[in-house]
Every structure is written in C-alpha cells, then in structure tokens.
Design a protein around this ligand. Structure first.
Ligand SMILES: *[C@@H]1O[C@H](CO)[C@@H](O)[C@H](O)[C@H]1NC(C)=O
Ligand SMILES: *[C@@H]1O[C@H](CO)[C@@H](O)[C@H](O)[C@H]1NC(C)=O
Ligand SMILES: *[C@@H]1O[C@H](CO)[C@@H](O)[C@H](O)[C@H]1NC(C)=O
Ligand SMILES: *[C@@H]1O[C@H](CO)[C@@H](O)[C@H](O)[C@H]1NC(C)=O
Length: 355
C-alpha cells in the first residue's frame, strides 16, 4: 500500500511598508491670508513654530516707485496651526524686501519698526564692502552672530559680516568643473548646516540661474555641488531657496531646496551625509491651487519645522499671497500607500511514501 501525503504550505505575506510623503494641508492658511493682494517673498519659522512672512505689498518685479519705501506693514506672523495673522510690523522700512531670517525670538522680544543695524546705503547700489545690489537672503551663524548675505541679483556674491555688521570677507562660485568655475548667476538663497566637524558648518548657496546648489566651508572654499540632474529635474530649473532643519534622528539634519521653471515648482529633501557629501532624496511637486487659477511658478522660499515634518513654501505670484503647508505623512491613515510592498511566497511540497 502506498500512501501519498501531499503537504502544501503556502504563505503569502504582503507587508505594507510605511512610505513617508508630504501632503498639502488645503485648509491652511486662513482665507484672510490667502486673499491678501501682496507678493510674498520670504518666510522663516520662529521658535514657537509660527511662520514669519515678508512681502512686497503689490510689487512683483523691480519697478517699485524710485526711492520710496512700502508704507504698509510688510512682515506678518502667521499661526502655523490656525493660519491666522498674529502680528504685523515693518512699515516704511523697505523698498523691495526679499528674504528674512531671525536671531532673537519674536516671542520674547517686542518688535517695533526701528532697525538696530543697517548695512548698505538706502537706495544706493554698489559692490564694495558697504553696499549691496539687490541682496536676496541672509543666514545667521548659530552662536557667534556672524552672518552671510546672498548679494543677490547683480553682484551674485556671498558676503559675510560679524555680529556688529563689520565686513569680514566675501566669496564667489566654486565649481565641480574647476579649474574654470562658472560664476554665480544670482545667489538667491543661503543656508547653514552642521558639518562632520562639530565646530564647523557648511554653507549652502542656491545659485538660481545656474540650476545648482553649491556647498562651501565657512571661509568660502568650494566643497561640492548638487546639480539639477541630482534633483531629477529636466532642463535648467531655477534653484530658488535652501534651508536647513535638524530633523530628529539625522546626524547633520537635512537641507530642503525649492526649484522649478515653467509652471513647475518643487521642493526636495537632501540628506547631509557628512561635510564632503550630501544625497538628494525625494522631491515633491507643489501643485497649483485650482481655486485661484493661474500662478507664477517661483517656489520662492521654504521654511521647515525643526523635526522636519512640516514644510512651508511661499510661491511668488503677481497679486496674491500664496503660502503652502505640507505635513509629512508617515504612511498611516488615508495617505497609506502600497509602495515598497514586500511579497513573500513560500511554497513547500512534501511527498512521503510509506511502504
Ligand atoms: C534716490 O536717493 C539717492 C540717495 O538719497 C539719490 O542719490 C538719488 O539721486 C535718488 N534718485 C532719484 C531718482 O530720486
Ligand atoms: C524700538 O525698540 C527699541 C529697543 O527696545 C527702542 O530703543 C526704540 O526706542 C523703539 N522705537 C520706537 C519707535 O518705539
Ligand atoms: C544667467 O542666466 C540667465 C538665464 O536665466 C542668462 O540669460 C544669462 O546669460 C546668465 N548669465 C551668465 C553670466 O551666464
Ligand atoms: C573637517 O576637518 C578635517 C580635519 O580638520 C578637514 O580635513 C576637512 O576638510 C573638514 N571638513 C569640512 C567640510 O570642512
């Protein structure tokens, strides 16, 4: 007698791996903010996580009335949760404001419209150590109070100052194709990030019209660059903004970059591997808001919460303040995706014959 035992074990396991992605919060900001007829250019988060916005009233391009400052408050503090305006200031100070950073915490400091330090001469352009020509951004060195200015549209240089506004040094482009570096073509944004050397930091420069982000040591020696191909971008997108967030769990934090061209606006995360290397990660399309119709494509500035899980973007546009808020979705809830699913198929067939 022969008995055959067929034993079939089939295990199919489909595991859904969490795939982090960013999702737009369409309810933010408050309608009153969405409807403001102003041209938003710069954003930064305060220590409470609320968004400080600088805008240019209704002025989109240079061409503001000559030698006049904007008469209305151009700085808004917007609640990062409710999207409501908490505070405004900055009237009659700026002609064509572009970027913003902060050193003192606006929560504990009472702001008014008097400047404590001004570098450059109002309405006078220049390229020496006491003048700028359309500067666009500023980054503060934690601790020392020194700062880096991206001087910007016509000088295309990075200039550094000590905390009292004394000129230190300046630098221009380095390049991956040294010994013939391509000069900067609009140093649009500058950000600092920790490096592998604990006392040092890295200087990230968004070289807007060269479609690249260049990385320097604190004294302006070129280290490496991130080009548009590394961001997975076709053609020559403009690199608008760079910012840094410590991002819990990462040794050196992450750099966030906005870029785009022709109605195509994106932001991307960059992992800082060490002082000599960074890796461009996933990028996210900043899609137009159907409600308000056409738009100007510049993803002009970006601000990221310390934990890296909330991203704010200011999209520049002729006649309306466009602020976007994205939350990192860790893979749960409605945003759950099957990407990265693991399929394990184990098939065992046992044939036993008894005699
Ligand atoms: C603007 O102001 C500067 C400095 O006060 C002055 O030199 C210049 O002539 C003014 N320009 C015009 C067009 O008024
Ligand atoms: C603004 O604040 C500074 C510092 O607190 C003070 O010295 C200055 O007088 C104030 N200016 C006005 C116009 O209130
Ligand atoms: C800078 O980029 C613009 C395009 O945005 C281009 O027209 C211009 O020739 C570039 N300037 C230099 C010096 O390469
Ligand atoms: C870090 O320090 C080492 C040793 O001092 C140096 O060789 C290296 O270039 C530094 N890295 C950066 C990014 O500055």
């Amino acid at each position: 007698m022969e008995t055959y035992l067929n034993f079939l074990l089939l295990v199919v396991s489909i595991c859904t791996r969490s795939v982090a992605s960013f999702e737009l919060d369409p309810t933010w900001p408050d309608t009153a903010v969405k409807e403001m007829k102003v041209y938003g250019t710069g954003i930064v988060l305060n220590s409470e996580g609320n968004l400080i916005v600088i805008h240019r009233s209704g002025i989109m391009q240079p061409g503001a009335p000559v030698n006049q400052t904007i008469q209305e408050d151009v700085v808004l503090v917007v609640d990062s949760v409710t999207g409501k305006i908490l505070q405004t200031w900055g009237k009659n100070l700026f002609h064509w404001p572009h970027g913003i950073a902060f050193k003192y915490d606006p929560i504990t400091k009472v702001w008014n419209d008097s400047a404590i330090l001004t570098i450059g001469e109002r309405f006078i352009s220049g390229s020496d150590t006491t003048h700028f020509c359309t500067p666009s951004d500023i980054a503060l060195v934690p601790g020392s109070g020194d700062f880096y200015v991206a001087d910007g549209y016509c000088n295309s240089r990075i200039v550094t100052f000590d905390k009292n506004g004394n000129y230190l040094f300046e630098f221009s482009a380095g390049s991956a194709d040294t010994p013939n570096p391509i000069p900067f073509n609009i140093t649009h944004s500058v950000a600092l990030a920790p490096s592998s050397n604990s006392t040092e930091y890295l200087v990230f420069v968004a070289d807007r019209d060269n479609s690249r982000v260049q990385v320097f040591n604190p004294t302006g020696s070129f280290l490496y660059e991130l080009n548009s191909q590394q961001f997975g971008a076709a053609g020559m997108p403009m690199m608008f903004a760079v910012t840094h967030a410590p991002h819990a769990g990462d040794k050196f934090g992450r750099i966030y970059v906005t870029y785009g061209l022709n109605q195509n606006a994106n932001f991307a995360e960059v992992d800082i591997i060490n002082g000599e290397n960074s890796k461009v990660g996933k990028s996210y399309a900043i899609v137009p808001d159907g409600e308000i119709g056409d738009w100007y494509e510049a993803a002009h500035d970006i601000a990221v919460a310390k934990d890296g899980n909330t991203v704010f973007v200011a999209v520049s546009r002729a006649d309306r303040l466009i602020l976007r808020k994205y939350k990192r979705n860790m893979g749960g809830g409605s945003g759950r995706r099957m990407g990265g699913s693991v399929l394990i198929l184990l098939l065992t067939f046992v044939l036993v014959k008894w005699n």
